[in-house]
Design a binder for this molecule. Sequence first.
Ligand SMILES: [Zn+2]
Length: 292
Amino acid sequence: MDTFTIGAATVTRIEESYEPNFDATMFFPGTWRPEVVEQHREWMLPNHYDPATGKLKLSIHSWLVQVGGRRILIDACVGNDKERPNRPLWHRMKTPWLDRLAKAGATPAQIDAVMCTHLHNDHVGWNTRLDNGRWVPTFPNARYLFDRTDFEHFKTIDPQKQPGNALAYKDSVAPIAEAGKADLISGTHTADEHFTLEPAPGHTPGTRYISMVSRGARAMFCGDILHQAIQVFHPEWNSFACEDAENARKSRRTVLEVCAGSGAVLMPTHFGAPFVCRVDAKGDGFVPRFGA
Ligand SMILES: [Zn+2]
């Protein structure tokens, strides 16, 4: 179990999957090149890239934050039983993710809030579970925080262009709103004394980063503003899934500047082990610092 202490908060990684899953050349179109692996071998192998297949090893996990007597879940992975025929690794998954959550100290009924950094299908799945053929909220006592812009965007997304995300809206987002458990947020949103959700559009129109502060210590949950640690060195590298290239780069740089300036621990949703890092400014760029 990967657990981190941030001030008085305990932050635990809840793994869904961690395996070579995306071809690196496909994932970073136009920018990935084999020399990168040689250049970054020391931190990249074996946890972030699989040389045998040429695939990135992107973890898919949620973060459970326990602070001030509350339990907050950040991002909700792919989920079990979801129909994702376009992406075989994610189709009708059966993982013990709920058991892992329980081992980390939370039953579904104990989750107070679910915060989705954005509404792509690998961030909303566990919002719901299958119950007698219906999708029902997995966390019966939680408020679910969705960015309003993303909510409206994915409601009308073209299922031909983004089949997985269109399906995810129907089975993992809409049922939450229908159950009256969604809070659609706009602008800077202060959830409580610990959490602030800031708009950082680009990867999707309503992507946010989530800042947490406890006793002066800080964490930065950046979702997919960064997918892989190579983007700390290359903030200009977008993934194939970034919808607005220019703003995705801008938001990535913002996240890195905030981390370097504040000492916040960067806690993305897909980095390989050790899954988090700090960020140091170097020249006019940045370098990750693992293991601190
Ligand atoms: Zn993602």
